[in-house]
Ligand binder design. Sequence first.
Ligand code: HMG
Ligand code: MG
Length: 299
Amino acid sequence: MSLPRHVRLIEVGPRDGLQNEAQPISVDDKVQLVDALSAAGLGYIEVGSFVSPKWVPQMAGSAEVFARIQRTPDVVYGALAPNLRGFEDALAAGVKEVAVFAAASESFSQRNINCSISESLERFAPIMDAAKQHGVSVRGYVSCVLGCPYEGEVAPEQVALVARELYAMGCYEVSLGDTIGTGTAGATRKMFEVVGTHVPREKLAGHFHDTYGQALANVYASLLEGIAVFDSSIAGLGGCPYAKGASGNVATEDVLYLLNGLGIHTGIDMERLIEAGRQICTVLGRPTGSRVARARNAS
Ligand code: HMG
Ligand code: MG
């Protein structure tokens, strides 16, 4: 299979990147991050989550962030919604696209959203109805597609089952998440081969955490499988509160460098992207997790 000519990058930094941060991050800083990312040419930015603030305190100010960002017409500003309550809060905040999130492993589903996989799918059904009624698009996530922090190995067939359900209920795209970043290029290809027989490949996305340093290799493996949408996080920020040891997402700067080298078009400006990463790392008081940004800042 030849490589895709265009790739869409979904910037999950303001949500996945920051949700696990213990230190408080002001609404101002979050707004500045989102605006810097849209200025860099990202076409989709996951701004926040409408989840329980008791479960994920860092995302509590998401409605305020949505109220203050400078919306650019050709950018999609998305948010997570785990249930109808979250969807209604998102709608009230002017969100036009939400993401529901399920897991391929039962234990992770329980820890992350306090219900079984089938219960989670039942919870999503009224979201899909309400979304249709309000013209809101819904993206789906499946977590733990290449391993679970509680159960270990996860069969690709199990991932396919959940992805197929999400697609069948109306998710326009299903993002497959290596939540704990243990996946390898071989396992990634196998997983997309299997899931791709149940959901069209052009409706699938890859979401790789970099715990074992394999995320970029997994992006390349996915490209070889015809996948053309990837979630990534500025400066490699990130981690899930319910996946102990899970490190950041693959860095957007690093994925862009890979894609640029392959001549694949994204419409993203590397210099502005690196600047957005520099700003948020200054706020967090941490060095960047992007190898490209580190190399550029040092040169
Ligand atoms: P629950 O405790 O089972 O829910 O939580 P409940 O319905 O029993 O409600 C309990 C309390 O939460 C009530 O408040 C509700 O009002 C409130 P109380 O009466 O105790 O004061 N509540 C809410 N508050 C605000 N917004 C809501 C909401 N719903 C209920 N939407 C729930 C169930 C799903 C809400 C909870 O488990 C939760 O919020 N979990 C958050 C999980 C999360 O955000 N995880 C991180 C994102 S997923 C991820 O990172 C993976 C991904 O990146 C892909 C990958 O890497 O694999 C996407
Ligand atoms: Mg994630």
